[in-house]
Ligand binder design. Structure first.
Ligand SMILES: [Zn+2]
Ligand SMILES: [Zn+2]
Length: 116
């Protein structure tokens, strides 16, 4: 797998009390995900659906505080983050490329809006 500096994290910080996950990338960029945003990006089959079937997130669920409470986060190999949520959900593997592509900072949001 080839990774560019733009999707290679050099530092990952999870602040559970603040509800913030910060990723610093090798190209100097910094992405701050609040936990609700992160939960809504969960890429697992249950949340996003699979094979054309809608997932749980397609129903626009109202997240409970338990569902968006980060209790743990682990690295999956050298390519993804897997958070554990307080409701026990831990099957979402967030690849670094996808995290960078979904960076919520204003500059990246503007870039995405411009390329749509
Ligand atoms: Zn999920
Ligand atoms: Zn950004």
């Amino acid at each position: 797998m080839s990774q560019s500096p733009a999707d290679t994290p050099v530092n990952i910080k999870a602040e559970r009390e603040a509800g913030l996950v910060t990723v610093e990338w090798a190209d100097g960029h910094r992405s701050e995900f609040d936990v609700v945003t992160l939960r809504l990006l969960c890429p697992c089959a249950y949340c996003q659906g699979e094979a054309g079937r809608p997932g749980w997130l397609d129903t626009n669920p109202a997240l409970t505080s338990v569902q968006s409470q980060l209790v743990d986060m682990r690295l999956v190999g050298a390519y993804a983050l897997a958070p554990t949520w307080a409701d026990g959900h831990d099957t979402g593997y967030y690849t670094f490329g996808a995290l960078r592509a979904d960076c919520p900072c204003p500059a990246c949001a503007a870039d995405r809006a411009a390329s749509r």
